[in-house]
Ligand binder design. Structure first.
Ligand SMILES: Cc1cc2nc3c(=O)[nH]c(=O)nc-3n(C[C@H](O)[C@H](O)[C@H](O)COP(=O)(O)OP(=O)(O)OC[C@H]3O[C@@H](n4cnc5c(N)ncnc54)[C@H](O)[C@@H]3O)c2cc1C
Length: 374
């Protein structure tokens, strides 16, 4: 069974696979299997406390009420994969997945290798596929235009005029931190909405868990909460309502050196940062003709076109928490049950590796490369 992607989703998949008695190999394009966390912006801390941010079987060390920094998450994932006795091949980018006429899949890598597997888990996240809208005049704009995926730290923008586009967590966090270095406007289509980080003395994630909101599917959540909201302990809302952080309606077009605001005024702008989200990064599945305008055709992470193909880490795959550290483990158990049932008739299961809830703490993850049927 082949897991494509060695971030939190791929690692959660590997653990669930071992629990289900499957023998996985994890292929990751990066230098180590820690996902995209090292590439997120430098100041990033988790929006959930450590106690609500762990993958199955291994809690975060230290104070469970702190909000771990990006680098702690990377270190945590390193420990997680070390404790997981699974074969991981790094620096291995999957370029194509083909269906075999006899059943199963052939996975092609950028080094020219081919791996055969009865089951495939697509767990490659979305960070490699940032979504950038196209606005009138965008092609003529000569300033620094980038997606927030390529933003790292604020000092590079010292003294500049910067517009950050978006109304989600990344947009507001980045605009807020840039505001002390640059002249910043947060440009949004709607007023920014907030979710309180703490309610009645407890973190929001406590309430998401006890109310079951964390497990709600997209259809129910969007009925309850119609707009994306930014998790906030108060400082972002205060900065916007006080005018300390300028928030304006979205500009209507670009000019050669800036933007045209909705009231018709033009302004020169040094940099525009789009924090406008991501799309699943699964182009390597194109040969299967399973993507609908780039989006996987799946229900709850199980492909609706190809038996034995499952996904992990998609936004709202099964619930509000699907694309988070705290939620991906539940989804992994769900899709792996389907994969195990798919593999069972082919006799590819082995004895379950470890009882659910406990990580095996055996040998290092980095195993010698092996091939053959998975
Ligand atoms: C800025 C930001 C902040 C976030 N903050 C939080 C937070 O506070 N709390 C939280 O729970 N979640 C947060 N998330 C959401 C989510 O938890 C992360 O995006 C997380 O990194 C997703 O894990 P993943 O394993 O699905 O994808 P990634 O972490 O993106 O991992 C995908 C892996 O697949 C590999 N890969 C990609 N393409 C290929 C290929 N073709 N072949 C082989 N390997 C490939 C990559 O090398 C990478 O290692 C945040 C997301 C972002 C973008």
């Amino acid at each position: 069974m082949i897991i494509i992607g060695g971030g939190q989703s791929g690692l959660a998949a590997a653990r669930a696979a071992l629990n289900a008695g499957l023998r996985p190999v994890v292929l990751d394009a990066g230098v180590e299997p820690v996902g995209s966390w090292p590439r997120y912006y430098d100041s990033l801390t988790l929006f959930s406390p450590a106690r609500y941010s762990a993958l199955p079987g291994m809690p975060f060390d230290g104070d469970p009420d702190r909000y771990p920094h990006r680098d702690e998450v990377t270190a945590y994932l390193r420990r997680y994969v070390d404790a997981l006795d699974v074969e991981v091949r790094t620096r291995t980018r999957v370029v194509a997945v083909h269906a075999r006429p006899t059943g199963g899949y052939l996975v092609h890598t950028d080094s020219g290798d081919e791996l055969g597997g009865i089951g495939v888990v697509a767990a490659t996240g979305s960070f490699g596929n940032p979504y950038l809208p196209t606005l009138p005049g965008q092609g003529e704009y000569g300033g620094d235009l980038r997606h927030v995926a390529r933003y790292r730290r604020p000092d590079a923008y010292a003294g500049k005029r910067v517009v950050v586009v978006g109304a989600g967590n990344s947009a507001v966090q980045v605009a807020y931190e840039l505001n002390t270095h640059a002249r910043v406007t947060l440009a949004t289509r709607e007023p920014v909405r907030f979710l309180p980080q703490r309610i009645r003395g407890r973190d929001l994630h406590h309430w998401l868990r006890v109310t079951g909101a964390d497990r709600l599917p997209r259809a129910v959540v969007t009925r309850l909460v119609r707009h994306a909201a930014v998790i906030d302990a108060g400082r972002y809302r205060d900065a916007i309502t006080s005018g300390e952080l300028d928030r304006r309606d979205m500009f209507t077009r670009f000019t050669a050196d800036g933007v045209v605001w909705s009231d018709g005024t033009t302004e020169a702008v040094d940099a525009v940062i789009f924090a406008t989200g991501y799309r699943p990064d699964v182009d390597y599945l194109a040969p299967l003709a399973t993507l609908d305008r780039g989006m996987p055709q799946q229900v709850g992470g199980i492909s609706s076109t190809h038996p034995g193909l499952v996904y992990l880490g998609l936004e709202f795959q099964r619930s509000f928490a699907s694309n988070t550290l705290r939620g991906v483990g539940r989804d992994a158990a769900h899709v792996m049950a389907a994969l195990a049932a798919h593999c069972r008739p082919r006799g590819l299961r082995q004895k379950p590796h470890a009882p659910s809830g406990h990580l095996p703490s055996t040998s290092p993850a980095q195993r010698a490369a092996g091939g053959g049927q998975r």
